[in-house]
Design a protein around this ligand. Structure first.
Ligand SMILES: *Cc1c(COP(=O)(O)O)cnc(C)c1O
Length: 427
């Protein structure tokens, strides 16, 4: 598409956008009585308007039913997670039995590694991306130590080439092939939080399996952002949080994926009563019998309030038409932001803003990470002061995420024109 850097053009794209009404389903934070242009859905998605109502409904259930709420009422808590599974499955390309909402993300990463990282004397290494989100680094290091290995020997980080910010698939595959005898687990982010790079998940999975390793993904920045096909790609396991692109609120519940080929294995797991076979759970007997599917990895009882929020949010994904519809808009919206930033650079007569997110559409989601040549933090603060809310990541990156669910082309255009004005006054 031939983009234009003017308001009328942006508004025309908004008029043609089949998802344009979806933003009315969300609440935009305000500053000085004016709503923010919110480009921070990669960090904390917006509150669906219906959120208050669904919480109220569960509070009423609790008030009116007390403990009976587990089996009575319009959505008995005992089976509540099943409603979510149906809606989570299309977000990540899974069968409903392969997904389950539970806990929070880093906790699930640990629980899944207990099952899927089974190091042996010779095959004990984990391959991951360098510069992964810190929580993942800590989780992986501590798992390695837990098994008596030294992270220095056991963790292989794939780094970008000199002078580059993102990884080349060929380098990832080469690293996997080069260590084929020793890798127990390939554990990557779906999309890197810093650069916004969407890794070639099918290629990584294939290479990992060829090497005889298990392959898992942390989808914190991918789930709800880009279309995924975890089942068809043959991914072994994955987990994600619901509060970034999936708008389920701060500390929102996490989701897990376990491929159905692992349902009947005698894999180790850290068990709890909620993972116990549903029919016999309340017999309270000795000896753990797991529920079939991803549900068998549950540990504690259903977190009803966070699940109610996630459920409400997922229903909006259903209303939007799920990931292919969102992705179609997202591609254009993000490309428009690329174009707009390049226009700002042109106006300034300098590459004041270096985009480190991949130029190729297939290698990115809704996030654009930029590095200012100078005064990055000051420029970011000015954007916020003028009602554009992206986020700042140390040491030097401004992340802007135009989210197809609730951002508009006008948001993107206005961000660009503000960025230009601010740059001209600061630099
Ligand atoms: C956001 C994010 C987390 C956060 O983990 P929580 O346990 O939800 O606090 C972890 N890993 C990645 C890759 C993330 O992007």
């Amino acid at each position: 598409m031939n983009f234009e850097n003017n308001l009328a053009f942006a508004q025309t794209l908004d008029q043609q956008d089949p998802l344009r009404e979806m933003r009315n389903e969300y609440l935009f934070p305000q500053q000085n009585g004016k709503p923010f242009i919110y480009l921070c859905g990669n960090s904390l998605g917006l509150q669906p308007k219906v959120a208050r109502e669904v919480l109220e409904k569960q509070l009423n259930n609790w008030q009116n039913l007390g403990v009976e709420g587990w089996f009575e009422g319009n959505s008995p808590w005992m089976f509540y997670h099943k409603e979510l599974k149906k809606l989570m499955a299309p977000i990540v390309g899974a069968k409903p039995a392969e997904v389950c909402p539970m806990n929070t993300l880093t906790v699930n990463l640990h629980l899944l590694m207990v099952s899927f990282y089974q190091p042996k004397a010779k095959r004990f290494k984990i391959i991951m991306e360098a510069g992964a989100f810190p929580s993942d680094q800590y989780a992986i290091e501590s798992q390695v130590r837990f098994h008596g290995f030294d992270p220095k020997d056991a963790i292989i980080e794939v780094k970008p080439r000199e002078g580059e910010y993102t990884l080349r698939t060929e380098d990832i595959v080469k690293e996997i092939e080069g260590n084929a005898e020793e890798i127990a687990l390939v554990l990557f982010g779906g999309i890197n939080y810093f650069t916004g790079q969407w890794f070639d998940m099918p290629a990584i999975t294939k290479a990992g399996h060829k090497a005889g390793a298990i392959v898992g993904f942390d989808l914190a920045h991918a789930a709800g952002n880009v279309p995924l096909q975890l089942h068809d790609w043959d991914v072994d396991f994955a987990c994600w949080c619901s509060y970034k692109y999936q708008n389920a609120g701060p500390g929102g519940i996490s989701g897990i994926f376990v491929h159905e080929k692992h349902f009947n294995t005698s894999m180790n797991r850290f068990a709890g009563w909620w993972g116990y076979n549903e029919e016999q759970r309340f017999k309270m007997e000795k000896g753990f019998i797991p529920e079939a599917g991803a549900d068998g990895w549950q540990v504690s009882c259903t977190q009803v309030m966070p699940m109610a929020l996630y459920h409400a949010s997922l229903q909006l994904f259903e209303k939007a038409g799920f990931m292919d519809v969102l992705r179609a808009k997202s591609k254009t919206l993000t490309s428009y932001l690329f174009f707009i930033i390049n226009q700002v650079n042109k106006e300034l007569g300098d590459e004041q803003y270096k985009i480190i997110t991949p130029q190729t559409e297939a290698d990115r989601g809704a996030q654009v990470s930029i590095i200012a040549k100078a005064n990055g933090k000051k420029i970011f603060d000015e954007l916020v002061a003028h009602n554009v809310l992206g986020d700042w990541r140390e040491p030097n990156v401004i992340r802007l995420s135009p989210v197809p669910m609730y951002n508009s082309f006008e948001d993107v255009y206005k961000t660009g024109s503000l960025l230009l004005t601010i740059s001209q006054s600061i630099i």
